[in-house]
Design a protein around this ligand. Sequence first.
Ligand SMILES: Cc1ncc(COP(=O)(O)O)c(C=O)c1O
Length: 402
Amino acid sequence: MNSSLRIRSMPVSAVRKLAPYATAAKQAGATVFHLNIGDPDVKTPEAMLAVLRNWDRNPIGYAPSPGEPAFLRALESYYHGLGFGFLTESDIVATVGGSEAIIMALFSVCEPGDEVLVFEPFYSNYASLAAMADVRFVAVPTTLQTGFHLPERTQIEQRITGRTKAILFCTPGNPTGTVFTRTEMEMLVTIAKERNLFLISDEVYREYIFTGAPKHTSILHFMESLPDRTIMLDSLSKRYSLCGARLGVFVSRNPELVQGAVKIAQSRLSGGLIDQLVGAALTEVPQSFIAEVQREYESRRDILYTGLTAIPGVTMTRPEGAFYSMVGLPVPDAEQFCIWLLEKYRSEGNATVMLAPGTGFYLTPGKGKSEVRIAYVLNTSDLKTCITMLADALEQYPERIR
Ligand SMILES: Cc1ncc(COP(=O)(O)O)c(C=O)c1O
């Protein structure tokens, strides 16, 4: 018996694709430094861990489908603290990671076969989630030369067809590290108004911006004037180092969209109760936590940028936010190089580094072939080790373009 064509044609997650090679390297005794996935090594805040230590609920029941009230209240107060006082709990659905919020958004605004514009390169799991929702992505290219900022308005508009329902974007961006300016966000808002499209804004890296003022422009800045067609997606994974807690957020002022997301939430009964009560402690996390983590990522960004751009043939833009960068390498096929790193390359300390091959972040065949995505989620000392290994590996790589 064959599995469905749908599941067979679903893309493999670009960040996990090479996992078997990493497992084999570890089994053979090597240390693998993971720069392939955005799973930060920053410690989870104490106030959140305390919830686990002091846990006394027995039995552990379901949470309400749209979210545990204490978590929804905490989220409301977080968004109010950011200046979005118009949001209420009824605009917010707690999701199982930001990942679930993405599929809820696609499902809520698209019929099967509808089109959504995405800026290429984009977060690779978007493609898997679109496949699950039977949504067709249409790529709008952005380039390393322009820091992956938005192209001219005409470049976006010429890809709109009668089936286009939404524009999905991420700022600060994974995998680019690009932070859209207010002008860019205004352009998207104008297009959405004039062409009758939804805007789905993925803001899971909101707090990590290194461009100085003005800070992040959120879709929430436009939500009051555009309540029917804006959705904001969020996650606690990166902000509080809670990747394993599976806490995400779907926000909209369009009651039909919220009811749609709640229907999906009801179909899986409940998000994790334990996770959500850990998340509810976000109101007790001192502002200094976020400020310190911001500084930490900024210094990692600086180390990565200075270190990599000193390697001949390596190209990258200075990331403005999040903790990723698309990096061009002097190799004909970055995926083969990533496999070679895991299979063949070993530093003197019997270590190697794992990167995510670039093609998985593009729709257009052939694009990203010489690129990798690097997640600077390791501490500055490990990061320096990785940069040294990468320079050394490129020296040794037989296929290197010189
Ligand atoms: C841009 C973006 N959106 C959403 C997610 C989903 O994160 P999670 O499901 O852990 O909340 C990620 C995770 O890496 C991401 O990078």
